[in-house]
Design a binder for this molecule. Structure first.
Ligand code: UDP
Ligand code: MG
Length: 316
């Protein structure tokens, strides 16, 4: 089909949403006369998500289902969906309808005008706790600074031309930060604002701890800033000790005895903890390098389904 839109939907324990999401998307896209396919990736759900995807496939031949052998995380699911998508343009959105399907029409129109990356930007952050909002603001502030990409209110809701998708798929790294990668690749880019909706059913998969891990993993995946931080911290410690030495010498030669082992202990503690922190940061990078050089696949697909039929054998 010419100008076909593939919508990639990562799904983890979304059994309550699949049916509705597919129905709404069909209504919206058919209503707008956009040829489409829906690529639903079941990210190792422990509920009835896969059964719901099969059901949706029976109802609508435009539904393609990909099943992971276990939970590999949203980023991997998005990647797998993009790899299976065959459209000329590919959209990625959450399958809990928090990303408004109507925005797809607007994005599609921009793609027709010649834009190759259309970023969804959150108008507001929806209903989130104060702490969550502030820490997200802090994280994206850092990320914007170091990547040079404006990431404030960035989201995983976007539409990309086939050429962009192929370029992202060709990137070899395992730890990918999708939200920033789509800007990193370049191309003619524009953005569309959207209002984050309330989740209708099911629950958010993000705990505070998983968000902290997400933030740290992505900073490491995208920049070497923490390593520079280690160098700067080392430099500051060195300068500090130099000053301390000069001070002690002056004291000594002016006849004052340098006293107190408290200072010695404090300095030792300070330097000790700075070294441990630095080693931790360096260790984290080494761990990531280790993961990358193992060349393990990003994900493992156990089944592929189109139109309710199992096509695992014929598909890639
Ligand atoms: N998701 C996924 N794998 C995971 C966690 C989440 O595929 O390990 C999917 C989830 O099904 C949803 C999207 O990622 O379609 C966003 O997740 P969620 O709605 O929980 O995040 P929030 O909207 O609360 O940020
Ligand atoms: Mg959500």
């Amino acid at each position: 089909m010419k100008n076909m839109l593939s919508v990639v939907l990562p799904a983890y324990n979304e059994g309550l949403m699949i049916g509705k999401t597919c129905r709404v998307l069909r209504e919206v896209l058919e209503g707008a006369g956009i040829p489409y396919e829906l690529v639903l990736v079941n990210d190792g759900s422990s509920d009835n998500t896969w059964e719901e995807i099969l059901k949706a496939g029976h109802k609508d031949p435009a539904v393609l289902g990909v099943r992971f052998s276990r939970n590999f995380g949203k980023e991997a699911a998005v990647f797998a969906g993009m790899a299976q998508a065959s459209g000329d343009v590919v959209a990625v959105m959450d399958c809990d309808l928090q990303h408004p399907p109507e925005t797809l029409i607007e994005m599609y129109a921009l793609w027709k005008q010649g834009y190759e990356v259309i970023e969804g930007v959150k108008k507001s952050r929806g209903r989130e706790s104060f702490l969550h909002k502030e820490s997200a603001g802090f994280f994206y502030g850092i990320m914007s600074k170091v990547t040079g990409i404006n990431m404030q209110n960035a989201s995983d809701f976007k539409m990309m031309d086939r050429q962009v998708v192929d370029n992202i798929l060709a990137m070899p790294e395992r730890n990918m930060f999708f939200r920033a990668t789509s800007s990193w690749v370049g191309f003619r880019t524009t953005s569309v604002e959207f209002e984050v909706r309330e989740r209708e059913a099911g629950e958010s998969k993000w705990s505070t701890w998983s968000l902290v891990k997400y933030a740290f993993t992505n900073i490491v995946a995208f920049t070497t800033l923490p390593l520079q931080f280690v160098t700067v911290a080392g430099g500051i410690c060195f300068l500090g000790s130099l000053l301390l030495i000069i001070y002690s010498l002056v004291q000594y030669f002016s006849g004052h005895a340098v006293e107190g082992y408290t200072t010695t202990l404090l300095v030792l503690l300070l330097i000790g903890s700075a070294i441990m922190l630095s080693l931790g940061i360096i260790g984290y990078y080494i761990a990531k390098i280790y993961e990358e050089v193992k060349r393990r696949p990003r994900y493992i697909v156990s089944r592929i389904m189109r139109g309710g039929e199992d096509v695992s054998e014929t598909a890639r």
